[in-house]
Design a protein around this ligand. Structure first.
Ligand code: SF4
Length: 482
């Protein structure tokens, strides 16, 4: 019996979202069609284990999926991602409804595992390797639908050698491996030829790209280079108007990377810089290898290189032993570095990490109160920044309709969500860039309107300017590019 359709449920980070895209592309090439979960024959759950909550969600989901599987004969369930990497065979033993389990290095083997499952063979493959084979994937299938037209993720490196004490990623994703620059540029050129205008470069420590090769003098033989040099190559590709990268580690910002933010016009004036804490003592216990002042200096250098650059971050509160004074150091750093937004979480121990064995757990109610205080400060900083943008211009990459269907929603170069009334842009489709004037600030987003006569936002100096309206524009005042 041949199975014909698949659906993928994704949890976790952008790396996982991108892995799901790669998997969908592989299954399309193998002759399967994409479907909604209710209609699919094969359901793949791509898991995350960065937080305890995400892992528990998988287990409760697998319970519910038993009914999904029973509803149609011959349905298959597969699990991939970080939980699969950690648990391997144990998942098959624990959940009889599971048919296959694949690790983070084994996406390419999934079509064969599905076929084996169709023939009644349950299997798990969580083998790891440092080989570059895992990056050899087919080009986009004609039926592949990008979640955001105009934008594409592009893996430049995988894995992590940093071993922060709270993090399971080095175990689930393996050691750092960087792709040869030529392969990355080739993929980027192909994406640009298919209408992609924004590249989001991915890696667990993306700005560590090529560092081992550069340090050992092996960069030219292995085809890698400094991250800043890779950015320069990608910025030169015709059609690529925006480049972002995530997630960088504060330690790997060398002078050339900071300077690139001033020199390369397509490099967006936004850096998501995970700092985790502002306390030097907590940072040492986390083994982050920088101090709060290192972050302050880096923030200043980046803004000097690119005035108006926006910084956002990730923060953990309630790390073992965190005192009130150490938490206040985090509040101070958030203020001093001027973070515009943050993902913030209460620490949750991950089995298998050194921090899971640390004494002096912070009481739940204390961690909750700290989280609320931190989020209140971040909200205030976000709103203040949004208000500072009113009256300026922004080029918005339209992603789709916002929850209220009469609005189009997109992101500006500073990675802020901008909503615009759809009636003003009747001919605009997702994937197009429109220039708007920021008319209003809300706590979560900006409201744009079609007015090209507004003064430029300070950070927009390096952006290409669409000054001459061309035919086909929705209105004379709105420049739609590409
Ligand atoms: S650098 Fe990031 S991915 Fe690597 S161990 Fe630390 S937190 Fe985890």
């Amino acid at each position: 019996m041949a199975f014909r359709s698949f659906a993928i449920r994704t949890f976790g980070c952008q790396m996982n979202v991108h892995d799901s895209d790669k998997l969908a592309n592989l299954l399309l090439h193998a002759g399967y069609a994409a479907a909604e979960p209710d209609d699919a024959d094969v359901l793949v759950v791509n898991t995350c284990s960065i937080r305890e909550k995400a892992e528990h969600k998988l287990y409760s989901d697998l319970g519910l999926l038993r009914r999904w599987k029973a509803a149609r004969e011959g349905r298959l369930i597969g699990v991939g991602g970080c939980v699969a990497q950690q648990e391997g065979d144990a998942l098959l033993a624990r959940f009889p409804q599971l048919d296959f389990v694949f690790g983070t290095h084994n996406l390419r083997h999934v079509p064969a595992m599905v076929r084996a499952a169709e023939a009644g063979q349950r299997s798990a493959d969580v083998s790891t390797s440092r080989s570059l084979d895992r990056f050899d994937l087919p080009e986009r299938h004609p039926q592949f639908e990008a979640s955001t037209p105009g934008r594409a993720f592009l893996t430049v490196m995988e894995g992590c050698d940093m071993f922060c004490t709270f993090c399971i990623v080095p175990t689930t994703r393996g050691r750092e491996v960087s792709r040869p620059a030529d392969a990355i540029v080739c993929e980027a050129e192909d994406l640009a030829a298919r209408g992609v205008v924004e590249l989001v470069l991915l890696g667990q420590t993306v700005n560590a790209y090529g560092r081992h090769d550069v340090r050992r003098g092996h960069a030219s033989s292995n085809g890698t280079m400094r991250f800043s040099a890779l950015l320069a190559r990608l910025a030169a590709i015709p059609g690529i108007e925006r480049i972002r990268y995530t997630s960088p580690h504060p330690l790997f910002f060398d002078e050339a990377l900071v300077a690139a933010h001033g020199d390369l016009a397509p490099l967006c004036p936004h850096v998501h810089l995970p700092v985790q804490s502002g306390s030097d003592a907590v940072l040492a216990r986390m083994r982050r290898r920088y101090t709060g002042d290192d972050v302050r200096r880096l923030a200043e250098s980046l803004r000097r290189a690119r005035p108006g650059l926006v910084l956002t971050t990730d923060l953990i509160v309630g790390f073992p032993g965190e005192t009130d004074a150490e938490f206040e150091a985090t509040l101070r750093l958030v203020r001093d570095a001027g973070f515009v937004d943050a993902f913030s979480f209460k620490y949750s121990p991950r089995p298998g990490t050194p921090a899971a064995g640390l004494p002096d757990a912070v009481a739940e109610e204390v961690a909750q109160a700290r989280l609320e205080a931190l989020q209140a400060q971040v909200r205030a900083q976000t709103l203040a920044y949004h208000r500072s943008r009113v009256g300026g211009e922004a080029d918005v990459l339209i992603e789709g309709r916002s929850r209220r269907a009469q609005q189009l929603a997109g992101r500006d170069p500073w990675h802020r969500v901008v909503n615009v009334a759809a009636e003003h842009f009747p001919d605009v489709a997702p994937g197009q860039i429109v220039r708007v004037r920021i008319a209003e600030a809300t706590p979560h987003s900006l409201i744009g309107e079609p007015d090209a006569s507004a003064g430029a936002h300070p950070g927009s100096r390096n952006l290409p300017v669409a000054s001459v309206p061309e035919s086909g524009f929705a209105s004379g005042a709105v420049a739609i590019r590409r």
